[in-house]
Design a protein around this ligand. Structure first.
Ligand SMILES: [Fe+2]
Length: 447
């Protein structure tokens, strides 16, 4: 029975929860049991944490509005929060600090059964102040973790994963980069609180930004372009790096992007063949036409070497959604829902695409590959929009990162779910985190 304060759930949300669960379940199936206690990225938890985290998050979010009482408060707390240390402090826990896999799987099963029994009634009882927002948060939180899990597993040695087919990349030359002129105009950032659509707290409120004319790269920077920076000694010249980035690069002894490996033997003296790309399930000769994945620090250094800079969030918006008629599109290509002909997103596969592979996804100004195939760094620090209000039930989701040390990323990667390709969605990372599926493109320096 439902109380009078009960809120009707959109039926589609229930099927979306199950779809999202299938997505993350399939990623965990890539792990043999003895890999769950590995920590593929030093700044993140061991993988066992993520196995429990997705259910613990859903439970901590939905149990009270559904009138449920915890059966395992210890796990609810243990698996509640991920970590994002800035400035060097790394976690020091050992595998023995974590429960065994069977216990975590039992916890997950119990959480799903308890939540589903209530959710399948179609109501959030005891909930007069919240509506579908809570369930959307649970769904998108899980789908975001599908992407972060993908790059965590990407970073795990191939022999620590279930065997799957290795990468394939046809040899193609670097597409010819060129600038595209975007005239002066207005970019609409964020979405309206009155619009009724779901968005995370940092996506509100809608506001207009005037953007002077600028020129932007037609494609994201490719491995082939980035190789020229390396061959020019870019990783050995501090003048291209911000001082804090140079210190980080030097301390880590970085000589190339995290996703590249020096080839153990090169068949020729051609310097373009000295590198391999480290894909999810093996290596492949460096695909010159794929976008380069790098940290913000490395993106800035390349831009400096090229005599350019990264776009602001507003410039990126304008290039992606603006039109010569001064209207704005829902997606770079127009109003049609995302489809795989428009870009490499929505878990299309574990490989990348050449940056010129989806002309049907180009924006009105002719800018390519904006949605999918790698998030794109902007030069805009992650800050609240005017009118920002944190979610009462998750106050730290964005606010914990408004520290001037994280930067906005736009666009999406090959593992970004289509629902998060909406115009107002913002991702963010710190400058010295090289593991994420992030690329960039440059703009001409403003006068
Ligand atoms: Fe999380």
């Amino acid at each position: 029975m439902c109380s009078q304060a009960a809120v009707r759930l959109e039926p589609v949300l229930l099927s979306r929860i199950n779809e999202a669960r299938k997505r993350t379940d399939s990623l965990f199936r890539l792990l043999p049991p003895n890999s769950f206690y590995d920590r593929p990225i030093p700044e993140r938890h061991r993988l066992i944490f993520y196995l429990g985290h997705l259910e613990a998050f859903d439970w901590n979010l939905l149990a009270a509005p559904l009138g449920l009482v915890s059966r395992n408060p210890e796990f609810d707390k243990l698996f509640a929060f991920g970590i994002d240390p800035v400035g060097g402090g790394l976690p020091t826990d050992v595998p023995g600090d974590w429960p065994n896999i069977a216990w975590v799987e039992k916890y997950n099963k119990n959480v799903r059964e308890a939540l589903d029994e209530k959710l399948e009634t179609g109501f959030l009882s005891n909930s007069s102040a919240v509506d579908d927002t809570l369930v959307n948060v649970a769904i998108e939180h899980r789908l975001m973790h599908a992407e972060t899990l993908a790059y965590l597993l990407h970073n795990l040695a191939v022999e620590r994963k279930m065997p799957l087919a290795g990468p394939s990349a046809a040899a193609r030359p670097t597409p010819q980069q060129r600038p595209v002129r975007v005239p002066e105009g207005v970019a609409t950032l964020g979405q309206s609180k009155q619009g009724g659509s779901f968005g995370w707290d940092n996506e509100f409120d809608r506001h207009l930004v005037s953007v002077p004319s600028f020129s932007i790269d037609v494609f994201p920077v490719t491995n082939g372009e980035y190789l020229k920076f390396i061959q020019a000694g870019g990783y050995h010249n501090p003048k291209f790096w911000r001082p804090e980035d140079w210190a980080w690069k030097s301390q880590r002894r970085l000589e190339h992007p995290h996703f590249w490996l020096p080839r153990s033997s090169s068949p020729a003296s051609d310097p373009d063949t000295l590198w391999e790309y480290r894909a999810m399930f093996g290596t492949v000769p460096l695909p010159l036409s794929w976008p380069v994945f790098v940290s913000y620090a490395e993106a800035c250094a390349f831009a400096s070497w090229a005599g350019k800079e990264l776009p602001t969030e507003a410039q990126w918006h304008r290039a992606a959604y603006g039109t010569p008629e001064e209207t704005e599109r829902t997606y770079p290509w127009g109003e049609e829902p995302p489809h795989h002909t428009r870009g490499n997103f929505h878990h299309k596969g574990s490989d990348l695409s050449p940056v010129d592979a989806h002309p049907a996804g180009a924006s009105a100004f002719g800018v390519h590959d904006l949605a999918g195939n790698g998030w794109e760094w902007t030069s805009t620090p992650f800050e609240p929009f005017p009118g920002f209000e944190p979610f009462s039930f998750y106050p730290g989701y964005s606010a914990n990162f408004f520290d001037g040390r994280h930067f906005v990323m736009k666009g999406g990667s090959h593992h970004t779910d289509a629902c998060m390709l909406r115009r107002s969605f913002r991702n963010w990372f710190q400058p010295h985190y090289p593991y994420v599926y992030a690329t960039f493109r440059c703009v001409e320096k403003s006068a």
